[in-house]
Every structure is written in C-alpha cells, then in structure tokens.
Design a protein around this ligand. Sequence first.
Ligand SMILES: Cc1cc2nc3c(=O)[nH]c(=O)nc-3n(C[C@H](O)[C@H](O)[C@H](O)COP(=O)(O)OP(=O)(O)OC[C@H]3O[C@@H](n4cnc5c(N)ncnc54)[C@H](O)[C@@H]3O)c2cc1C
Length: 421
Amino acid sequence: MSQLSADNRRVGMSTSPTSNKALTNPDVVVIGGGLAGLTAAAVVARAGKTVVVHEKRSTLGGDARSVNKSGFTFNQGPHALYRGGPAERILTEIGVNIRGGQPRTKGGLVVDGRLEIAPAGPTSLLRTRALSLREKVEVGKLLTRLPKLRAAEFGDLTVNDWIADAVTSERAAHMMHSLVRLSTYAKQPDLLSADVAITQMQSALGEGVFYLDNGWQSLVDQLAVQPGVHVVPGEGIDILPEAPAVIIAAGGPKVAEQLLGTTFDVGPPAHASCLDLGLSRRPGVDFIIGCDTPFYFSNHSAVAKLAPAGEFHAAAIQYLAMGDDPDADAIMAFAGHAGVGHDDVVVSRRLHRMTPSSAIPTSSRGGMAGRPPVNGTGHHNVFLAGDWVGPTGHLADAAIASAEAAANDALAALERRAART
Ligand SMILES: Cc1cc2nc3c(=O)[nH]c(=O)nc-3n(C[C@H](O)[C@H](O)[C@H](O)COP(=O)(O)OP(=O)(O)OC[C@H]3O[C@@H](n4cnc5c(N)ncnc54)[C@H](O)[C@@H]3O)c2cc1C
C-alpha cells in the first residue's frame, strides 16, 4: 500500500462526508506544500475540483516559510517579490493580498573596500565615484538598452559572454556581474544563461521588488486557507500516488526523479549563505552590494513590517559558487559597510548554505526555455511544478508560474478522463 493511501485513511476518519470524499479520493493530489504546491492546489480548487496537498514537514511553506525570533520576522534568507512578474499576477488572481513595501533603488556599492554610491539610475550613475567616466558611459549604455532587449534571444549565451560583449572595462564588468548576482542569486556566470539575467534585471530595475509585511509566510498562510484546499502536513509521499491527476511540487528535481524513476537534465543549483539580523539601531545605509565581492546587505524593515517598533531587520548574504565556503565573519564585516556592528545585534540567525535556485537555467540547455516542461513526466496525468520547471520566470516566479501551468494541465487531464468515461 502506498504512503498516500495510508495517509488518506488516517485523515478520512476524522472528517465530514464532503471533506472525507475530498481527502480519500481527490481529483488531484499535490506533493509538496511550498509556494508551488499550494498555488497549484488553489488553482485546482477554484475550478471546483477536489485537491489534497501532502507536505512532509509539520509546517507548510518550504523555502517561503518565516519564523519569529524575539519579535523579528526572518524569512529563509532575504526574499523579494518581483513586481509585475508571474508570481504577483497569479497570487493576486487567487485572491492573495500582497502587503509590504518597495525598497528604494538608492544604495551603496562596495568597491575596493570603500562604500560608494550604487549606480542604479541616471542620477546615481552620474554621481558615483565607483566608476570612471568611460566606465559610466559603458554601464549607462547597457542599462539604457536593457529594457528593450528581448531576453528570449539570449538563452544560448552565458552571462560571461553577454557582459564581455557589452562592456570592455573590468570595473564596468564587475558592476554588471554584481547586478546579475543581485537579481538572480546565482554566482555562476560561466554557466548561467543571459536570458534569465536580462529578465530579472529588467524586472528589478523596472517595476522593482516588494519586501512583504510579516514575511513570505503571509503568502503561505493565505494560500493554505483557500476554499477547497485540503492540506495534510507531516507526511511525505515516497511512492507515486494513484489519482486522476498528480502534481509533484516537492522543491528541486530530486523527489520528482525518485517518484518517477527518471532523471531530468537541469542546471546546477545556486547557493547562498545567509545572515539575518535583528537590530536595535537603524543601519547607516539601507542597501549595499559588493562590486568586486559577492555580498548583499539590505534593511528589509525600512519598508516592510518585520521588526518590533523602534527596531530593525536586515538580511545579509554571501553568494556562493560551487566549492565556495560560507564565511559568516565576512558577511558580518560586509554589514559593517552599512554601519552595523556586533553591538547593534539584538538577535541573529545563520543559514550557512541555502539553495535559492534548485537548478539555474544554463546557456548549454538553451536558457529558461530549456527547463523541463510541466508535462515532461512520461505520464499523461502527472505534472511538475517548481523553480526548475517550465519556460517562465526565475525563483518564486518560476515556481508559481509552473504551478499554475501544472494545475491547468491537471484540469485538462480531468476533462479528458471525464470525456472518456
Ligand atoms: C535564501 C533564499 C532566498 C530566496 N530569495 C528569493 C527572492 O528574493 N525572490 C524570489 O522570488 N524567490 C526567492 N527564493 C526562492 C523561493 O523561496 C522559492 O523559489 C520558492 O519558495 C520555491 O517553492 P517550491 O514550492 O517550488 O519549493 P519548496 O519551497 O522547496 O517547497 C517544496 C515543499 O515540498 C516538501 N516536500 C519535499 N519532499 C516531499 C515529499 N516526498 N512529500 C511531501 N512533501 C515533500 C518540502 O518539505 C517543501 O515544503 C529564495 C530562496 C532561498 C532559499
């Protein structure tokens, strides 16, 4: 007997006749209660079909969970929702309220150990001493061209090649690499496809991002209570369930590979080492990135409710390439450029090696379009969702866009089944 049928019997005993039917014989079984699984379930439930989400942990949310530490809300590392992207659109359509604030692009750039103005727009580009006049012209030209680029045309090109084609000076190239790291979380420019870098930078420098009040848990909590979504936490699925339709949304490709007995050709993961800080004093600068060093620091509580009154929450990270070692002292030293010292820290949390992207789009696979499709399981009624699936978006945008697509494919499979019977 599969793990699923054992779960269903257990849950079914304590439910009403209607939910009992939904729990024991759902139209759709979703494996994984992160953003992708919960989004897919909400889309299915809105179409009037019964759906059960199985989550192996006792808590929902996966990498979108948040925890409360001494009154500070810490996400699983710094999280920013890209405005105008698929995640915002789909969550809003489902009825999820996205509350928070948009950080200003104004900030600092650490160059050769000095803090300079980060060139994020025409005025800051003119004012910064981080670049020479020639470097400013190069970066300015590229940033002016950026909104007009068709990202899909750059899928076969690595970020290294794209930047080398666009700028000649080393400092200007470093500057562009730091913007790519900031918007993709990836420090693998020799592999990462330029289409994902361009898509993310267009979005970040265009509509910008949102830091969420009460953390990303606010999205998880709203998705989990969507009408018709039944959730079974604390039980993992280790055998492919028998159901009219199944959506595998269990994070990266590993669980899908185990359940399906197959392997997917995907890029390597992107890693980051994270330091969350609860601070008694506002940092001197709210936002800084490293130009020639792979670090990020941002005062998320500057625009979102994440800290007790009069206190502040900042998140800092070190972007890691394969083989890089996390260095917590170096992350804290980087926060020092924003005026943060050990004495300011009320509470902190280290997450040494996190995986913001489970499989980066690579140029050798044709970029985002080369990721496995939601229906690429070899089963007519089993679908995939996650940040490594489908041609749309990156990070949570990819997870949520593929979840919507998987849910729609599952609904179509149910219709085909109904037509046959
Ligand atoms: C440090 C960090 C920073 C990030 N920053 C950003 C950001 O700024 N912007 C952005 O858009 N995205 C960001 N992300 C990415 C974003 O958090 C993820 O893309 C998104 O949360 C992935 O959702 P998911 O549901 O696909 O996967 P997950 O969150 O991994 O959820 C999968 C769930 O499936 C469960 N599961 C696994 N196996 C089984 C099984 N066998 N049976 C049942 N359940 C199972 C897991 O427990 C988990 O809860 C960041 C991620 C990290 C780690």
